[in-house]
Design a protein around this ligand. Structure first.
Ligand code: AMP
Ligand code: GLY
Length: 429
């Protein structure tokens, strides 16, 4: 098949790396890492798809899905893996998503929805008075910055002011969800969906906070590992039965014909799975880890899901994988770009370095910095940083511990100024 991937981050690199083993892959816009396995085309995604006429389009990020890119592509007769704007509302509106969870009977934290600060404060106060703590969530898509988990009423008060009064998150924070804080371990369940049918991929564990020991601000994700020993098959089945399937049925009842990934963010509370949120796309950096474990046939699975055909399964051939994200100093706040990156050519063969925020050094960086790199490192092209999350260093192994050791050994040999990473990815399983 000829497959066009829309996007240019670490998730899209992982998809391209996997799909390029069996198919011809194009990416729009792609990135310097993706360019090693696919043809990258910079341009408008819809025009590019019409021009390339691939057998399958896979849309990576949520924003184009929210904006209806999948719908516009389908109108052009393209086969697309990714939900339309109707299904993508799960990420455009937490108010929509929580309301549908409630209707579908999906276990989730009790919540209320607010558009004015006074009623939001009353709801938060009432919960703290009852001995509960809360999470304050911007309803709209806020790039992982829209959730504030609060230990005290004062923190909730600040978060409400930030979203509804100061409008720091813009429109995304104009509606706010206040919900009970849940406590438990989290995992990410990625299901490839065709209507009400689905196939789940191996479960991964993400690390959302910026710093070791789950401290610091929330990020897009600082690392992942799979399998997750504490999440056994029984728990996954429960999550599928209580969180994935009822939501697909509820969407169908609302006329939403969903073809794409439904990513369930699950928290295990007293041994039972509860839904924190749904995303409408592959997780990042979950995908980097999950792709390392799959056997052949992913392209066929995504194609069948896009077409509404019976879903084939994909085998899991690799026992364990770990991905460690290398971020720019300052992430998730402000950070420098254009910093030269040095990746040794002789990393362990179990390692794949996925590019998340990089650019081609020859174009982006002043000459003196590059010449130094050019003589010492990778021949395919030299890279500079171009984003908060720069690289995902992904390794496989017979066990998570082995994969982890290999990933960190490689991560330590990759150099750029301000490199920031968590040291505890997959440390405690
Ligand atoms: P979300 O974008 O809704 O997944 O939230 C981002 C992160 O915030 C989650 O991965 C959790 O770590 C945390 N979180 C969200 N909702 C809750 C909640 N009700 N209780 C505790 N933590 C939460
Ligand atoms: N790693 C979490 C996400 O992709 O939303």
């Amino acid at each position: 098949m000829r497959i066009l991937i829309i996007g240019g981050g670490g998730r899209e690199h992982a998809l391209a790396w996997k799909l390029a083993r069996e198919h011809t892959v194009y990416a729009c816009p792609g990135n310097p890492g993706i360019a090693q396995v696919a043809e990258c085309i910079v341009g408008d995604p819809l025009s590019t798809a019409i021009q390339v006429r691939p057998d399958l389009v896979v849309i990576g990020p949520e924003n184009p899905l929210i904006e209806g890119l999948a719908d516009r592509m389908r109108v052009e007769g393209l086969t697309v893996f990714g939900p339309g704007a109707d299904g993508a509302q799960h990420e455009a509106s937490k108010a929509f998503s929580k309301t549908l969870m409630q209707e579908a009977g999906v276990p989730t934290a009790p919540f209320s929805i607010h558009t004015d600060a006074a009623s939001a404060r009353m709801a938060a106060k009432a919960r703290f008075d009852a001995g509960q703590s809360v999470a304050v969530k911007a309803s709209g898509a806020a790039l992982g910055k829209g959730v504030v988990v609060c230990d005290t009423y004062e923190e909730a008060d600040d978060a409400i002011a930030m979203m509804l009064e100061d409008r720091d998150l813009g429109e995304a924070g104009d509606t706010v969800v206040i919900e009970d804080r849940l406590r438990g371990r989290e995992f990410s369940l990625l299901s490839v969906v065709s209507g009400t049918e689905f196939v789940s991929l191996p479960v991964a564990q993400d690390y959302k906070r910026a710093l070791d020991g789950d401290r610091g601000p929330n990020t897009g994700g600082m690392g992942t590992y799979s399998p997750v020993a504490k999440v056994d098959d029984d728990l996954v089945r429960k999550a599928e039965d209580r969180i994935v399937r009822p939501m697909l049925v509820a969407m169908k009842d609302h006329g939403i014909d969903y073809h794409g990934v439904l990513f369930s963010g699950v928290m295990v509370v007293d041994g039972e799975p509860m839904c924190l949120e749904y995303n409408v796309r592959f997780g990042d950096p979950e995908t980097q880890t999950v792709m390392r474990r799959l056997g052949p046939g992913l392209g066929e699975l995504l194609y069948a899901a896009a077409k509404g055909q019976p879903l084939p399964t994909v085998s899991v051939d690799v026992p364990s994988a770990v991905t460690v994200v290398l971020a720019s100093s300052g992430y998730p706040g402000g950070y420098a770009k254009g910093v030269p990156i040095s990746i040794p050519v002789d990393l362990d063969e179990s390692v794949v370095v996925f590019h998340a925020g990089t650019a081609d050094a020859l174009r982006e960086s002043p000459a003196p910095e590059i010449s130094n790199l050019r003589t010492n490192h990778r021949g395919e092209g030299e890279f500079v940083s171009a984003g908060g999350r720069v690289l995902g260093v992904s390794a496989t192994g017979a066990t998570v511990a082995e994969a982890r050791a290999r990933a960190y050994a490689a991560a330590d040999r990759i150099a750029f100024e301000g490199k920031m990473l968590r040291r505890d990815i997959a440390a405690e399983q």
